[in-house]
Design a binder for this molecule. Structure first.
Ligand SMILES: Cc1ncc(COP(=O)(O)O)c(C=O)c1O
Length: 405
């Protein structure tokens, strides 16, 4: 297989548009990625030709749609190498997937039980654990970082104890790009009897994920960052772990029987999919994964790493610019601060040059306070980005710097 970035770009209609009269340079991929025709067409096609509600249907359209929805579940299973399709729960995104686990394990949390998490987590992988602190008396234990943004494994070892119920860890930081040694972290947590949830919202598009090799108990992903639609994500859970958790929401689909006096619940994954699910979105996610699986993932990885290296080299030459996160093997996410320039001003000026970057706390306030900043600018790269775009970004950044100084 070869990787031809220009051919890839042709498949993303939005990339041919202009912003403020300049070609769009979209470097906000860690927030949400653009969609290829394969995804747009699959969703339009589902709504145009084969749409109905899923499950229990007795007519052709319901059967076809159920098949497409369940095929998408199988695509997710293959994508992360889960052992069984009923270990994949469709959710409305990464956030909901983590909340399902928090509510599920929360049922058995006792005061003093500990949840271990790193200080580079996204708020989605922090706030649900704060709920357990507030409501159940759980204790949150924080794992620190090395100066380059790597996970401090000694700090992890110190925080884990027989009181640890769960280690909740990002598989790739959305700010630093850090990819922790998840397998070692999981083995360490298992050794004290804790379960592990990996937040793969950034990792699943940038790494080839194998939940069985990792031995993760829970793994979370989100559709809109893997070139799929919004409104859909997934929760992987080992079958026994999912079956041990009470349902998250009550309603149709998640029950086995309902009477005036009692209710019994469906088995996983349907137990966690109350109500009409995001059907078209699931089909779109399946299409995104199928599309991605056809690409050369190794070549894509090398391409994104080359873009990152080019950007890092150029930014290192800019006086007063600090890069946040330089851990070896980091993902294609580049957070930075420029002395004398507020990140929001930078992002707004870059937009005038057609360059889309993000500025803010990136839903990672504990990390911001560790970095002693309130916000950073962030450029993040996807498979459709080019070296020329990196150069345009660097040029726009230099201009922004002169405008602000
Ligand atoms: C690391 C990480 N975790 C969780 C999330 C939340 O995902 P979603 O927006 O799909 O709920 C994000 C999204 O930015 C993320 O980057």
């Amino acid at each position: 297989m070869t990787f031809d970035v220009n051919a890839i770009r042709e498949e993303f209609p939005i990339l041919s548009r202009q912003v403020h009269g300049k070609p769009l340079v979209y470097f906000d991929n860690a927030a949400s990625a653009q969609k290829p025709d394969a995804v747009i067409d699959a969703m339009a096609n589902a709504m145009r030709h084969s749409y109905a509600n899923v499950h229990r249907g007795l007519h052709t359209l319901a059967n076809e749609t159920t098949q497409a929805y369940e095929d998408a579940r199988e695509s997710v299973r293959r994508f992360i190498n889960a052992g069984a399709v009923d270990e994949i729960v469709f959710t409305k995104g990464g956030t909901q997937a983590i909340n399902i686990v928090a509510a599920g394990i929360g049922a058995s949390i006792r005061p003093g039980d500990e949840i271990v998490l790193s200080i580079m987590e996204h708020h989605s992988n922090i706030v649900p654990w704060h709920f357990l602190r507030e409501r159940k008396g759980a204790v949150l234990k924080w794992v620190e970082l090395q100066p380059d943004g790597s996970l401090d494994m000694d700090s992890l070892a110190k925080q884990l104890s027989p009181k640890t119920k769960l280690l909740a860890l990002t598989h790739m930081s959305n700010v630093l790009g850090t990819v922790p040694d998840a397998k070692t972290a999981i083995d360490m947590a298992h050794a004290v009897g804790a379960d592990v949830l990996l937040d793969g919202c950034q990792a699943s598009v940038n790494l080839v994920v194998d939940v069985r090799a990792l031995d993760a108990d829970f793994y979370v992903g989100t559709g809109h960052k893997i070139y799929g639609p919004t409104g859909i994500g997934f929760l992987y859970g080992k079958k026994a772990k999912l079956e041990a958790m009470p349902p998250f929401e009550g309603g149709g689909e998640m029950i086995e029987t309902v009477s005036r006096d009692v209710v019994t619940y469906n088995s996983a994954p349907h137990r966690f999919e109350a109500g009409t699910p995001p059907i078209v979105e699931a089909i779109g996610l399946g299409a995104a994964i199928t599309w991605l699986a056809k690409q050369d993932r190794v070549a894509i990885h090398l391409h994104k790493q080359a873009l990152l290296a080019r950007a890092v080299d150029a930014l290192r030459g800019i006086n007063g610019l600090t890069l946040h996160g330089t851990a070896p093997g980091k993902g294609p996410v580049l957070a930075f601060s420029l002395q004398g320039a507020h990140p929001h001003d930078l992002a707004q000026i870059l937009d005038r040059f057609g360059v889309a970057i993000r500025a803010g706390h990136h839903c990672a306030q504990p990390l911001m306070s560790h970095l002693e900043v309130s916000a950073t600018a962030r450029a993040s790269f996807a498979l459709y980005n080019t070296a020329e775009e990196v150069d345009a970004f660097v040029q726009a950044l230099s201009k922004a710097r002169s405008m602000l100084s």
